[in-house]
Each structure stands twice: as structure tokens, then as C-alpha cells.
Design a protein around this ligand. Structure first.
Ligand SMILES: NC(=O)C1=CN([C@@H]2O[C@H](COP(=O)(O)OP(=O)(O)OC[C@H]3O[C@@H](n4cnc5c(N)ncnc54)[C@H](O)[C@@H]3O)[C@@H](O)[C@H]2O)C=CC1
Ligand SMILES: O=C([O-])CC(=O)C(=O)O
Length: 389
């Protein structure tokens, strides 16, 4: 079997691929979906380690056709390492730059031995930050500290705000046209921080700045499929709002396939999705927060972004972006259409026809999300004033 054909499989979830089908996907993806059965994981394995359908297994070098350069800032961390592996497996990526303040050399040497086509280079410390960003099409930022039990995401603000500010300043200087995927928490504030930094640098393009909330969608899909006994591959639940506590708003009324939820199920599923990060933090008992599921989610979102840059039709994901969907919230997570310049469209229509429960939850989240956005904006302004004095 031709390696190139195998290598074209993508990170995109089956719901996304099904969505493509609904919206009229390219013939290739439609064939890919029907040919690959119903399970994304098996398709993904075939992609990462090419595996012919025939019983005889042949492991071959994966030769990608993509030409994208991706930089990961915070690449040596709990998310950064598995994310780097997943990106190294992407046929859409030709160059992978790993940046961290420490421990990058070994990870670079290790990853570079995988016989996949992306060329890996490591960059350690501030002096090498500029080099890590040169020519990047997408910069993914998982740098920063994670939560421990008892902490909120906002408790990370004191450390992570400065890290994100510093890194985004460098992106503005050295990769001004790149898409920026912010993973570092608190996302509700770090994305407004990134926007303010880019504005100050004259490099802000709202189409290119994203807070990564894909993990909320991944969790919602997993939990709903399990609760309703639906095939996992079919489930697609939009999650809007933000990425902390009650600002995470899964829209079960808009879930595909259409399913009937009792009031108790809505309450139980919504609460679980909102607390899923804390569920992992408590289970890890001081050893950090979600890393593997986050790496998977970040890889899925990266893949969607790269397919958008490549001009693929109808690529949609939920993300926390600059928005007018809720007028009083300048940043809001919605489903967005991804294209050659980043965001082509923020889909606001999903906020129409909400259930009563969702409408109430939307009203309730507004003050919390607004406060987090304002906190991020104020931080950058204060830093600027302090620098001028
Ligand atoms: N958006 C989301 O859905 C999620 C976000 N997160 C957040 O992602 C962040 C990272 O989490 P983990 O990887 O588990 O943490 P970690 O502590 O394992 O890794 C963080 C990495 O960032 C690096 N780092 C620190 N300062 C840096 C700087 N100035 N420049 C470059 N690298 C720097 C560290 O050396 C470390 O390797 C946390 O803020 C966490 O809360 C975690 C899970 C989900
Ligand atoms: O909960 C955390 O601190 C990490 C995170 O954002 C998540 O897992 O959703």
C-alpha cells in the first residue's frame, strides 16, 4: 500500500470527519471515513505507524507530504512531551521545533529517532527562543505551571501570566504571522493577555489567536457516549464559554446525534464535564493535571488548524477566541471555521435555541468570564505602565 495514502490520515476526530461529510467533504476524506470503519483510534494508529489493512503487518517509514513548521513552547513538560510525539507523527508537519527552559536536548534526540518525516530541532533557554520561532506556521504554548489539588486555574495566574506574556512577545517579534494556540492556564485570562501583548506589538490578528478548549469537547464526547450508550465515533458535543469551572458550558441540546437527556442527566453530565480537570488533578494527587488527554486534544486542534491552512473545506473546532457572539464578552469559546488565515468564521448560531438550563448557565457564567478577561487585559496594561515608570 502506498505510504503517502496511509500518511494522509489525520488527527481529526471522527465527529469532525463526519461533519465534513455533512458539509460535503473532499472525496478523499469521505472515502477515508467509510473505508476506515468507525473508529478514529484505529485510523490514527494506521497513520502514526502505517499499518496496511491486510493481515501481514509491514512497518515502513512514514513520508509526509506536509510542509508546515510547528513550534512547541514548553515542550519538555507533561503536555509538551506527548504532544511533541503526536506532532512528530503528523504527515502535515515538516519541521518541529521544541523549546523549553530546560531538558529539551534529550527529548529532541529521542524523538528524532522516530522514522517519521518531521525534522526535529531543540532550543533551550531564552537565547534560543527566537531561533525556535523562526518561520513557524503554528506556535503551541503549553508552558507554565499546572494545578495541584485544592487550587483553581486562576491560582496559576501569578506565574503563568508572565510566562505567556514573555513567550507571546517573542512570537510577535519572530513569528508574527503564526497561529498561536494557548494551552497555559488560566486560559480565560492568558488568551486576553496574549491579545494585549500582540496589540502592543502591532502584531494582533484575532483570526490567529486561540485558547485551546478542545479537551472540553473531547471529554464531553467521551462522557456523553458512555452515558447514552452511543458509538463514540458518532458523538459531537459543542462546548462554549470558557475553560474554567462553570464557564465551561457543554451544549447537550446541540449534541449530535440528537439524544434525549433527562434533567438529572443534563445536570450530572454538565457538572462532570466542568469538573473533569479537577477530577484528573485530584487523581494525580499533586503530580500535575491532565497531560495525555490534553496532548491528544492539542494534537487534534493542531491538525484541524493545519488542514485549515492547507485550504481543506469545512474544518470546524471549538476554541476560545475573540468574539462578538456574546456582546459583553470579548473572548468566548465557540465553534469556529478554520481556513487559510486561521479563523474564517465564528459560529454563533449554536447559542440560538438553547435549553432553559443552558440559557441560565450562559447568563450565570458571564460575570466570571468577564472578570477573567478583564484581569488578563489589566495585567498587560499594568506591566506596560510599570515598564514606562
Ligand atoms: N487548556 C487546557 O485544556 C489545559 C491546560 N493545561 C495547562 O497547561 C500548562 C502546562 O501543563 P503541564 O505540561 O502539565 O505542566 P509541566 O509543569 O509538566 O510542564 C510545563 C513546562 O513548561 C516549561 N516552562 C516553564 N516556564 C517556561 C518558559 N518561560 N518558557 C518555556 N517553557 C517554560 C517547564 O520547564 C515545563 O517543561 C499548565 O498551565 C496547565 O494548567 C493543562 C491541561 C489542560
Ligand atoms: O484542570 C486543570 O488544571 C488542567 C485543565 O485545564 C484541564 O484538565 O482541563
Amino acid at each position: 500500500m502506498a505510504v503517502a495514502a496511509i500518511a494522509t490520515l489525520s488527527f481529526a476526530s471522527v465527529p469532525c470527519r463526519k461533519q465534513q461529510l455533512r458539509h460535503g467533504a473532499s472525496t478523499f476524506n469521505a472515502q477515508q471515513f467509510s473505508a476506515s470503519g468507525s473508529h478514529w483510534h484505529s485510523a490514527n494508529l494506521k497513520w502514526g505507524v502505517p499499518r496496511p489493512r491486510a493481515a501481514k503487518r509491514v512497518i515502513v517509514a512514514q513520508t509526509g507530504t506536509g510542509s508546515h513548521k510547528v513550534a512547541i513552547l514548553g515542550a519538555a513538560g507533561g503536555i509538551g512531551q506527548p504532544l511533541s510525539l503526536l506532532v512528530k507523527m503528523s504527515p502535515l508537519v515538516s519541521a518541529l521545533h521544541l523549546y523549553d527552559i530546560a531538558n529539551v536536548k534529550g527529548i529532541t534526540a529521542d524523538l528524532s529517532h522516530c522514522n517519521t518525516s518531521a525534522q526535529v530541532a531543540g532550543f533551550t533557554g531564552k537565547d534560543e527562543l527566537a531561533g525556535s520561532l523562526a518561520g513557524a506556521d503554528v506556535v503551541v504554548i503549553p508552558a507554565g505551571v499546572p494545578r495541584k489539588p485544592g487550587m483553581t486555574r486562576d491560582d496559576l495566574f501569578g506565574i503563568n501570566a508572565g510566562i505567556v506574556k514573555e513567550l507571546v512577545e517573542a512570537v510577535a517579534d519572530h513569528a508574527p504571522g503564526a497561529l498561536i494556540h494557548v494551552i497555559s492556564n488560566p486560559v480565560n485570562s492568558t488568551v486576553p493577555i496574549a491579545a494585549e501583548v500582540l496589540k502592543q506589538k502591532g502584531a494582533y490578528d484575532p483570526r490567529k489567536l486561540f485558547g485551546v478548549t478542545t479537551l472540553d469537547v473531547v471529554r464531553a464526547n467521551a462522557f456523553v457516549a458512555a452515558r447514552k450508550g452511543l458509538p463514540l465515533a458518532d458523538v459531537d458535543v459543542p462546548v462554549v464559554g470558557g475553560h474554567a469551572r462553570s464557564t465551561i458550558l457543554p451544549l447537550l441540546s446541540k449534541a449530535r446525534p440528537k439524544a434525549a437527556f433527562t434533567d438529572e442527566e443534563v445536570e450530572e453530565l454538565t457538572t462532570r464535564i466542568q469538573n473533569a480537570g479537577t477530577e484528573v488533578v485530584e487523581a494525580k494527587a499533586g503530580a500535575g493535571s491532565a497531560t495525555l488527554s490534553m496532548a491528544y486534544a492539542a494534537a487534534r486542534f493542531l491538525e484541524a488548524s493545519l488542514r485549515g491552512l492547507d485550504g481543506d473545506d469545512d474544518v470546524y473546532e471549538c476554541a476560545y477566541v475573540q468574539s462578538q457572539v456574546v456582546p459583553e464578552l470579548p473572548f468566548f469559546a465557540s465553534r469556529v471555521k478554520l481556513g487559510r488565515e486561521g479563523i474564517e468564521e465564528v459560529v454563533g448560531s449554536e447559542l440560538r435555541g438553547l435549553s432553559e438550563y443552558e440559557a441560565r448557565a450562559l447568563e450565570a457564567l458571564k460575570p466570571q468570564l468577564k472578570a477573567s478577561i478583564d484581569k488578563g487585559v489589566a495585567y498587560v496594561q499594568q506591566q506596560q505602565e510599570a515598564a514606562l515608570n
